[in-house]
Design a protein around this ligand. Structure first.
Ligand SMILES: Cc1ncc(COP(=O)(O)O)c(C=O)c1O
Length: 389
């Protein structure tokens, strides 16, 4: 037992530690008295402007987006998903989404549905998290405007067939919104290979940047109603929000220190190699699953094929409430993980773990085999103790 350990298995919530240059870049930006990007012509503002543009360029390169000006910064993925959903949909529209979606999709859709503005259909998923594609094909309607795809489940680690689903939607003339919260930085997200209409990302998970960063890619030709209006530093004479992108969907002061850190997080991924990061994380998931499955009373959820998953693994231990298990792991062993429904109740219904939830383990690039072995040892100890009770 080592309650002081602080062994971090919650990278799906927010990644930690960050690569060293992330801390340095954010601090330099804060200390350096940089100006407010886009707000003036003095040297400090121009420096901040260049930083923001570099962030757009870095993201465009990373996601294979041709025009960096189509990337709009947001507070996080939730903000970007709201921007997409509320900016696109009109009264009478129909929306398809899957059981793997997060509350940051389910709640905006639920609010619009309850207000009588839209109708929705949920595409059911198997217990492993794979969507029923035949059901999806049958569910496109004349008024279907949008298909939302969670690229990777934050509960089961399942990677959804993005290209196949997006192609089907486009065949029906339906726009595609991808939630890349769990996939960006974990698996390749290549919009040149799998074109989509909108992609929401968050900076503080797999992209290894600071919280308060994220954004939305909107494909050329697609116009969204602004989600917030206000100061942009441009067209100040107008009392209407500008129509030019990215200002159309951005208002207020941007998080320059956060973006400075995000650039470094992405640079770290590019320099290390996404393949190398992915290979390490898949190896960790395999080891985790194999070791947990050997423990009496443990049930592991999600796909058994780790090569088709991100490094997210959910499990339960017979006879122990998952909240209690998370508490014991932290207080007695110094292991940090997340328990409960993970803001994705439908994913738990699909997996058969609703309403009690699971213990979710999400190692990251900085997690070692030794960390996994220690965690498995801790669960084995708790299992043995529970059985002896
Ligand atoms: C699949 C998924 N979508 C959306 C979000 C929301 O991300 P954020 O908290 O950065 O807004 C999360 C975060 O846990 C997620 O896992």
């Amino acid at each position: 037992m080592n309650s002081e350990l602080n062994l971090y298995f919650d990278n799906a919530a927010t990644s930690w530690p960050k690569p060293e240059p992330v801390y340095g870049a954010a601090e330099r930006c804060l200390r350096g008295s940089w100006g407010n990007p886009g707000r003036s012509g003095h040297t400090r503002t121009l420096e901040a402007d260049r930083l923001v543009y570099r962030a757009r360029e870095t993201l465009a390169r990373f996601f294979h987006i041709a025009d960096p000006g189509r990337i709009v910064f947001a507070l996080n993925a939730t903000d970007a998903l709201n921007m997409a959903i509320k900016g696109l949909l009109e009264a009478g529209d129909h929306v398809l989404y899957t059981a793997m979606d997060h509350n940051s999709v389910l709640r905006p859709l639920g609010g619009l549905r309850r207000a009588g503005l839209i109708s929705t259909t949920m595409i059911p998923c198997s217990p492993e998290g794979y969507p029923d594609l035949d059901f999806m094909e049958r569910s496109f309607q004349r008024r279907t405007r949008l298909l939302v795809i969670n690229h990777a489940s934050n509960v089961l680690g399942t990677i959804l067939p993005l290209k196949e689903m997006a192609t089907a939607a486009h065949r029906h003339g339906v726009a595609v919104l991808v939630d890349a919260s769990q996939s960006a930085g974990a698996v390749p997200v290549d919009l040149a290979a799998a074109p989509v209409d909108m992609l929401a990302f968050t900076g503080h998970k797999g992209l290894l940047g600071p919280p308060g960063t994220g954004g939305l890619y909107v494909r050329p030709g697609l116009d969204l109603k602004p989600w917030r209006e206000g100061g942009t530093g441009s067209h100040s004479e107008m009392d209407l929000h500008p129509e030019t992108m990215p200002e159309r969907l951005e208002a207020g002061t941007l998080n320059s220190p956060g973006l400075a850190g995000l650039i470094e997080g992405i640079k770290f991924i590019e320099e290390t190699g996404l393949d190398k990061i992915r290979a390490h994380e898949v190896t960790l998931r395999k080891r985790l699953r194999r070791k947990l499955e050997e423990i009496k009373g443990v049930t592991v959820y999600g796909p058994a094929d780790d090569d088709r998953c991100t490094a997210v693994l959910s499990f339960t231990l017979e006879g122990v409430d998952c909240g209690e298990l998370g508490y014991i792991l932290e207080s007695s062993f110094g292991i940090i993980c997340r328990t409960g429904l993970h803001c994705a109740p439908l994913a738990h219904q699909a997996a058969g773990t609703f309403p009690q939830g699971t213990v979710r383990l999400s190692p990251g690039y900085f997690t070692s085999d030794k960390d996994v072995d220690y965690l498995a040892g801790a669960v084995a100890e708790i299992s043995a103790f529970t059985r002896a009770r």
